[in-house]
Structures are given as structure tokens and as C-alpha cells.
Ligand binder design. Sequence first.
Ligand SMILES: Cc1cc2nc3c(=O)[nH]c(=O)nc-3n(C[C@H](O)[C@H](O)[C@H](O)COP(=O)(O)OP(=O)(O)OC[C@H]3O[C@@H](n4cnc5c(N)ncnc54)[C@H](O)[C@@H]3O)c2cc1C
Length: 415
Amino acid sequence: MSGEVDIAIIGGGLLGLATARAVLRAHPGASVAVLEKESRWGAHQSGHNSNVIHSGLYYAPGSLKARLARAGGEAMIRYCEQHGVPVKRTGKIVVATAEQQLPRLDALAARGRENGVTVARLSRAEIAEREPHVAGVGALAVADTAMTDFGRVCLALATELTDLGADLRTNSPARSFTTSRDRTVIDTPDGEVRARIIVNCAGLHSDKIAEAAGHRPPVRIMPFRGEYAEVRPARRGLITNPVYPVPDPELPFLGVHVTPMLDGSVHVGPNAVPALARQGYRWRDVDVRMLGELLRDPAVRGLARRYWRYGIVEISRSLIWPLFVRDVRRLIPEINGEDLRRDGSGVRAQAVTSTGELVDDFVISRTQRAIHVLNAPSPAATSSLFIGSHIAADAFDRLGLADIARTVRESATGS
Ligand SMILES: Cc1cc2nc3c(=O)[nH]c(=O)nc-3n(C[C@H](O)[C@H](O)[C@H](O)COP(=O)(O)OP(=O)(O)OC[C@H]3O[C@@H](n4cnc5c(N)ncnc54)[C@H](O)[C@@H]3O)c2cc1C
């Protein structure tokens, strides 16, 4: 198979699919191909996450994350409602389990308010009223949180894209790139795809794709696995809505939370341990070549120096089950080891700077004919429809369609 398109998108997760949708809705005459290396859509981060539509509580005011999360979440809820994807506004609470966490809880409340999120402070007694099995000295109630199934969102997007005329290709890894004056030629097992613009939404492989396409990425992707446990059915009643700990402000992860899914199951997690392969869903998934590359990389050595204490705690908690259970018991003291069983994982594509810092905000690198999404951590699933619009606008600029770019940008809040 060979193809000539305006825009080729590498990666069929939420961001790749949402970008294709934004392009074709704004400009039905455009030709768009989406190349996904797996046999299904949303096979990695987009199909292995907590399924929470976030409110915008946590993010630094003014950051791209903060600007896109709040309105992006509302857009995602509407999308689910309109496309038959299960969605439920649940709200959530963020619980301080010790007095010394209260200043951080208050700082979080202030940040949330600055971001336009509705938050209310709960006393110990008010926590007990809402979640009688949860222990806390204080909490924040956050109204604008919802649950969905992001895997189903990917399927809905793919169905919509078929109707919009996209060239959708699964089992189609982008293997190499050749760039001429006005085209990038992408080699796939089914033949070449020739594109005026390429959009790299390859998640865990996005730095490698950027390099292969001739761009030097400003960050490196470090895979961080998030492991989950499931609460046994008889104990699902221990909570009614999502319960989160107070996050560590030094880290871009939210901490192990307890989340009732829409199918009735209750999940605990995710933690954050370094994965030993880009798709390292288990400890035994080891990519020796990737590890060699990472160990030689000064950025990763800097990361190890900066976060080694946190790393040891997280790795111990992953390998030593009672430590994992102990942390969950801080939030729900009645839970014990028999109430939980390990239940899958997701791997985060987390960007690290050359000096070894974990990057918190989204990172999108642009060249004349390529757009590379190099950090799209949580809440990128929540904000994916708006991120897709921003990327689509950038692509239109590169195609010389400035008017369409402006309209698309204006339709996505945060512009
Ligand atoms: C454990 C965990 C929990 C999370 N919880 C939440 C949450 O509750 N709420 C929230 O908003 N966000 C959450 N996130 C973040 C969210 O899942 C991601 O931000 C989002 O899914 C990123 O989407 P993506 O399209 O960039 O990446 P992905 O979904 O990873 O898609 C990238 C795609 O590129 C494909 N690909 C790679 N290389 C190639 C190639 N050479 N050729 C073709 N295709 C290629 C991959 O197969 C993959 O399908 C969580 C993430 C994790 C890991």
C-alpha cells in the first residue's frame, strides 16, 4: 500500500486520533493517515490508565496543562455523552492522612481555585460523612472529576475518523523517514506514506521517532510503570468515589489512589517505578539495549542522583506487597492484604531533561514540517481533544492554511 497525504500521524493513541479528528472536522478536504504499530487503537498509555477525567486541580497556573485540563475535561465529558461512551461525574476527595500534610492540602486548594476548579475543604467529620471507611485529618472535595473508559474513547474516535475519511492503518509501524524538499517519506511494512507534514504522537517511542525523523529531541523519554491492584468484590463498598492522597509537589505523579471504575470494580494505584523496557508492563520485561542507552545518558544519571530516595521507596513498594498494602491502609485502614490482588499496569512516557529533571508540563517540539509530542503525561487523556486541536492548528499553519489554524485554535480554550 502506498499513500500521498497532507498529514501523517504516527501513533493511534488518544492524541494521534484526536489530532486527526480536529484536522478533518476543520478541513474535510485534507488527507490524513494515522499509522499505529499495534493491531488496535489505544494499545498503550491510552488504554492502560486510571480512566479519570481530571478537573485541573494540580497544575501550575498558566501552564499548558492547567489551561487545557479544565476545559478539556468538560469537552471530554460531552464527547463521551454524545458518542455512547460511559461517563459519570463522580467528584473526588484528596485526603491528608497526617497533620503535616495540611499545608500542602491548603496550597493545593489555592492552586485549584486559581485554575478555576471548585474545591471545598472537608474536616475529619465531613470526610467520615462522605467516605466512612477513609481516614484523614482533612480533605479537599473536588466536584469536577469524572470517570470514563479511555479505551472506548479511542474506539469512538476511530469510528468517527472512518466516517470523516481518514486513512486508518493498524499493524503499521513507521520504520524510517526520508525527508526531501517538500515531503517526508515514511517507510511502513505496507509500503511508503508520503506526507507534507508529520505529527509524532508515538508516546513511549516519541523521542526515538523524533530522532529517526531528523529532529534532536530536547528531552528523553523514560518509561515509568504504574502498577494497579484490584479490591476484591466483597470489599468494593469501602469507598464510593475516587480517593486520592496529597501528592508530593516534587514529583509529577499523583500518588496511589483508590478509584471505583464504571464497571463496578475498584482499582488501587498506580505507583511509579522505572520500567525496564519502553513497553515494560512487568518487571520481567527487560530491554537490554534501552537500558544500556539510558545508563550511558547523563540525563538519566542526573535523574538517578536527584530522585534515588523516592526510587528506592517506590521499587520496594512494588516488590514487597505488604509495603504496598501499608500505604493503601493509610487511606483506608480497614483494608488488608487479602482484600487486594495485583491487577495490571500502564507505562507512562515521562520526559526527562538533559539535567535529569522530570518534566511536568506538556512538551511539543515543532519544525518546519513536523510536530513532535514529546511529553504528554496525565491529564493528557482528559485534555486530548483540546491538545489535538492545538496540534491540528500547528499543522494547518505549516500547510499555509492560517485562517483554518486560527479558527481551530480559537475553538480550543487556552489559546
Ligand atoms: C498508569 C497511567 C495512569 C494514567 N491515568 C490517567 C488518568 O486517569 N487521566 C488522564 O487524563 N491521563 C492519565 N494518564 C495519562 C494518559 O493515559 C496519557 O497522557 C495519554 O494516553 C497519552 O496518549 P498518547 O496518544 O500520547 O500516547 P499512547 O496512548 O501511548 O499512544 C502512542 C501510540 O503510538 C504508537 N506507536 C509508537 N511507535 C510507533 C511507530 N513507530 N509507528 C506507529 N505507531 C507507533 C503506540 O503503539 C501507541 O499506540 C495515565 C497514564 C498512565 C500510564
